[in-house]
Design a protein around this ligand. Structure first.
Ligand code: FRU
Length: 493
């Protein structure tokens, strides 16, 4: 189990390949997290739904895969809900259970007029069900509940209950837009609208992994609907990225409140894709909790891990807040994280007027501090002792400019071309801002101002011991409320 880049705090499969989180749902006191899984190798292959459960979102217990590929197709991404009132009629009378909506992917061979044989990929929406959340059955032996409509990219159904219009709603990505379906029995689905043409970020590839939910604006009673959409390539700094739209939704049509060309990114790092929210949290505490695949299609197949490949970002709680630039979705680490960590004594801080270094005994570490930038000053945040991974912060016209730099060579083609980066993002925040940094083996997650903005990046340092050095190029280093916490020991999830 123990290997150099096996995270301590982040969810990974014990072995095999993992990509998107699927079917996130809270049921009978447990969080269920399914995921795109290929148990037989550490590269993508015939997709299963891997399965883990947790009571605190930090420690995960691995179970047998819930869904297996068969002649009805591979099991691509999707979502789950609790069918509390047995609306589907798939459970014993008076019982509830979980419904999982997934995409089946098949590639039948078709013979063309000239005799050549080609593969004709088909994606359709299917259903599986489970009364206890542990044993699963494909509905109608894997026959689709929404058959292919001709577009080869038609996938990743996310289902949610729309209270105002008393119907179930499914969002599905189809080419470069999102389709909205409605149902009252969870089996028959009717297409009611589409969204996406000329809105947000597009590239050559399809949109993927949509999510749709209502959120209350922090500090007032108003709500907005948020539509989350992944783009597999062409994101703000290359490769895959997760964008979102803020608007209203009447149960049929999503209306974007921002200019169609404006693009909002959920995270400004390179490794934050296929974000999905947990269903049925109301029973728990009503938070909007998400899990996200911490990787990028550009190089995910060549990450330098051994027994496994793929990890999830720290689960986060979303919030909707009014920033200087308008409404934005922020994301804080789930509060359960702090319970898992213990605070460090402060003597590990080596401090002088212009620099501070923090070395922790912990294998995974969280560092928090308030930083104040003088005019023209550059604050340098260096991570790890022997690997070029750093952030820089300086004041900018409309806030603070963050520079993110990561370099790495692994002797493999794709990752060597795409992994290194050096880009800048201007954030609408004041010159006094908070940084919160979670460092685990293989990743760093930087949150600004309690998660108003975030940067999530994989990092494969030579020496994975967590260390941070902060320094300024001029004037003095102004830090306050410094806190260091961490977790000892072997992998816990
Ligand atoms: C996103 C994705 C999904 C698809 C799944 C297949 O990473 O391409 O659109 O359902 O991965 O594993």
């Amino acid at each position: 189990m123990s290997e150099q880049y096996r995270p301590i705090l982040h969810m990974t499969p014990s072995s095999g390949w993992m990509n998107d989180p699927n079917g996130l749902v809270y049921f009978n006191g447990q969080y269920h997290q399914f995921y795109q899984y290929h148990p037989h190798t550490t590269v993508w292959g015939p997709m299963h739904w891997g399965h883990k459960t947790s009571t605190d979102l930090i420690h995960w217990h691995e179970l047998e895969p819930a869904l297996y590929p068969d002649e009805s197709g591979m099991c691509f991404s999707g979502s789950a809900i609790v069918d509390w009132h047995n609306t589907s009629g798939l459970f014993e009378t008076g019982k509830s259970g979980i419904l999982a909506f997934y995409t089946s992917f098949i590639q039948p061979k078709v013979t063309l007029a000239d005799g050549t044989e080609i593969e004709d990929p088909i994606q359709q929406q299917c259903l599986a069900f489970s009364q206890d959340g542990m044993t699963w059955k494909k509905y109608a032996d894997g026959a689709p509940i929404i058959p292919s409509r001709g577009n080869p990219d038609f996938r990743d159904p996310k289902v949610t209950w729309h209270e105002d219009s008393q119907a179930w709603v499914m969002v599905v990505s189809c080419g470069q837009h999102i389709e909205f379906y409605r149902s009252t029995d969870l089996l028959d689905w009717r297409l009611v609208s589409e969204f996406g043409y000329r809105h947000g970020a597009h590239s050559k590839g399809p949109w993927e992994c949509p999510d749709l939910f209502e959120m209350q604006i922090e500090g007032n009673d108003e709500t907005r609907w948020v539509l989350v959409v992944g783009i597999g390539e062409g994101a703000h700094c290359g490769g895959a990225g997760t964008q979102y739209f803020i608007g209203d939704f009447d149960g049929e049509t999503f209306n974007n409140h921002n200019h169609p060309e404006s693009v909002l990114w959920l995270d400004f790092g390179r490794d934050y894709y296929a974000t999905q929210s947990f269903s049925d949290i109301a029973e728990q505490d009503g938070r909007r909790l998400v899990s996200t695949w911490m990787s990028n299609h550009q190089y995910s197949l060549e990450l330098p891990t051994l027994a496994f490949r793929g990890s999830m970002a720290m689960p986060r709680e979303l919030f909707l807040f009014e920033s200087k630039a308008g409404l934005r979705v922020g994301q804080r680490f789930v509060k359960e994280l702090n319970k898992a960590l213990s605070l460090d004594a402060q003597e590990n801080l080596l401090n002088d007027e212009q620099a501070i270094s923090i070395y922790s005994q912990h294998k995974a570490m969280k560092f928090t501090a308030d930083c104040t930038l003088d005019e023209k000053q550059i604050l340098h945040l260096n991570l790890y002792q022997d690997t070029p991974v750093f952030f820089e912060f300086k004041r900018a016209e409309k806030g603070v400019e963050v520079r993110s730099v990561r370099r790495g060579q692994f002797g493999k083609e794709l990752i060597d071309v795409h992994f290194s980066h050096d880009y800048r993002v201007e954030l609408p925040v004041d010159s006094k801002f908070q940084v919160e940094l979670l460092i685990d083996k293989g990743s760093i997650e930087l949150l600004i101002n309690g998660g108003q903005f975030s940067f999530t990046n994989l990092v494969y340092a030579k020496n994975t011991d967590a260390s941070i050095a902060l320094s300024v190029d001029s004037g003095s280093l102004k830090l306050s409320n410094i806190e260091v916490a961490g977790l000892m020991g072997e992998k816990s999830c």
